[in-house]
Ligand binder design. Structure first.
Ligand code: NAD
Length: 322
């Protein structure tokens, strides 16, 4: 199987990200055989032109490329390894690609098992969130052999706008965790600065403008404002619905923290921000967008006062963290 010859793709995990990604593959002329544990997800993929298999193994057995977009590393490990796992079920020589956000340790383990069984594997986590999954403009961070990336490139181009080859197997997931640790820290720092100003009598809109034009500027201030009513088409303008769940942000920050521990790297702010997201999730906000962490630092209006809701519920604003 070489790049241009990819015809059939098994797509396992048709959730918030996997479903729109699979739609772009169908639109790009690939034959997609999908599977998800959720019947609703399968029905939505079928309505978009994918064939649906009775199991992940059945889908993999018919495909040139197997893509997984699953919640956690445990899910990915369980899906690939073992009897009737995706490695065993896939065709000899098949290219396996995991786009979930997971630990690079799991990636390296699964990729080694794949190689031992005569399969090839790349990690290709994504950034851009559901909006860019819907628009087919995701950023891919790829770990693995250059020739395997070359084979995957037509698929990645159907789903994404930017493709980075980061390095060997696991490097894609390492880059993804570095980014999400930083964006979590930036979000917490931003809400603390806003809370400090407001507690001392400043208008959050004026303060935001000042910081955007000063050395404190960052993505949260510029394109993902956490204070309701100050920016259109972001989750804070929509009751923090959509976007990137706080418990997913916590998952990624915990993985980054593990990586920092393993590599004996300083991650003091990463650790603190991780703990803040853990508290935020324990306080009942796990399903809200991660910018809702502003509720930890200050009281904010429940509903936006000046900003309209996002244009579509299905495609909320892009998160830098995702
Ligand atoms: P999701 O929960 O919406 O979708 C996951 C899907 O996987 C669900 O439909 C679930 O039924 C299915 N599933 C779970 N185990 C399965 C199995 N064994 N076999 C088949 N299907 C199975 O999650 P999502 O938002 O699509 O995120 C998926 C991954 O992508 C996560 O690792 C997440 O961190 C990462 N990610 C998410 C975003 C985002 O904005 N949502 C952005 C970038 C990366």
């Amino acid at each position: 199987m070489k790049g241009g010859n990819v015809k059939r793709i098994a797509f396992i995990g048709l959730g918030n990200m996997g479903l729109p990604m699979s739609r772009h593959l169908v639109a790009g002329g690939f034959e997609v055989i999908g599977f998800d544990l959720s019947k609703d997800a399968c029905a939505a993929a079928a309505a978009s032109g994918a064939a649906i298999a009775g199991s992940a193994a059945e889908a993999a057995g018919q495909a040139d490329v197997v893509i997984t977009m699953l919640p956690t590393g445990q899910d990915v490990r369980a899906a690939y390894l073992g009897v009737s796992g995706l490695i065993e079920a896939s065709r000899p020589g098949a290219l396996l690609m995991d786009s979930s956000t997971i630990s690079s340790t799991v990636t390296v383990e699964v990729a080694a098992a794949a190689r031992a069984a005569g399969r090839r594997m790349i990690d290709a986590p994504v950034s851009g969130g559901t909006p860019r999954a819907h628009s087919g403009t995701l950023t891919f961070m790829v770990g693995g052999e250059p020739e395997d990336l070359a084979d995957a490139r037509p698929l990645l181009e159907a789903m994404g706008a930017k493709i980075f080859h980061v390095g060997a197997s696991g490097a894609g997931h390492t880059a993804k965790l570095c980014n999400n640790m930083l964006s979590g820290i930036c979000m917490v720092g931003t809400v603390e600065a806003l809370a400090l100003g407001v507690a001392n009598g400043l208008d959050p809109a004026i303060l935001s403008d000042i910081m955007r034009n000063s050395s404190g500027t960052n993505y949260a201030l510029e394109r993902y404002h956490p204070y309701p009513g100050l920016m259109e088409n972001v989750p804070s303008a929509n009751g923090f619905a959509g976007g990137f769940r706080s418990d997913f942000q916590l998952k990624d920050m915990r993985l980054a923290k593990e990586l920092a521990n393993d590599s004996k790297t300083m991650a003091a702010l990463g650790d603190l921000a991780c703990e803040i997201f853990a508290m935020h999730c324990r306080n009942g906000f796990a399903a809200l967008d991660y910018s809702s962490v502003i509720k930890m630092a200050m009281a904010v209006p429940d509903a936006p006062e000046t900003a309209p809701a996002p244009k579509t519920a299905a495609a909320p604003a892009a998160s830098p963290a995702e």
